[in-house]
Design a protein around this ligand. Structure first.
Ligand code: COA
Length: 159
């Protein structure tokens, strides 16, 4: 069985993430979406909130699981018996960080390879930070956040 892990901070999940999830879900038998901690970021949503938002936003997509993990991605991938780690690549600026992360994870857990999917052109501009900043300042970008969770995401960022 081909199992892949799609890790991220997902604070919050955006349509860019959904695009990667949809495309990756047909490539593997099981795709485990895992909310993890990025040491450089201070999230707004708790891990449990992010898991719940992802579950609602991905309802109807088959062969996926959603969970969170507080440790190393390599350990989680090993625990899941995953042979693949999925990451979305937006632009050249993502590459250096992603390359370093992929090499580190491979060193820690040689049985998993990182697979990069290029972000669809319509989501190139997107990031969770940009979405939060726009909402915080009273705006809303249509089609940036999955429709089933948009209202709750806005309420949390701009109560
Ligand atoms: N389209 C548009 N935007 C996208 C996208 C896509 N397809 N895919 C990701 N993004 C955006 C996200 O919205 C996010 O925006 P932000 O920076 O404003 O938050 C950014 O690209 C990347 O974030 P995301 O993919 O959600 O997670 P991340 O890069 O913060 O995840 C971890 C990093 C959590 C996977 C990494 O820190 C990790 O593995 N942590 C666990 C501890 C560990 O093992 N550390 C060692 C790693 S070598």
């Amino acid at each position: 069985m081909k199992t892949a892990v799609y890790p991220g901070s997902f604070d919050p999940i955006t349509m860019g993430h959904i695009d990667i999830i949809k495309r990756a879900s047909v490539m593997f038998d099981k795709l485990v979406i895992c909310v993890m901690s990025n040491a450089k970021k201070t999230p707004i949503f708790t891990p449990d909130e992010r898991v719940e938002l992802i579950k609602r936003a991905t309802a109807g997509i088959e062969n996926i699981e959603v969970t969170s993990y507080g440790g190393l991605l390599a350990d989680f991938a090993k625990q899941q018996g995953a042979g693949f780690i999925v990451r979305g690549l937006r632009a050249l600026s993502d590459f250096e960080y992603e390359f370093q992360m992929a090499l580190t994870n491979r060193k820690l857990y040689p049985d998993a390879d990182t697979v990069f999917l290029t972000t669809s052109a319509e989501y190139m501009y997107l990031s969770s930070s940009i979405v939060k900043e726009i909402i915080r300042n009273g705006g809303f970008v249509k089609d940036a956040i999955p429709e089933p969770i948009a209202e709750d995401v806005i309420k949390k960022i701009r109560p």
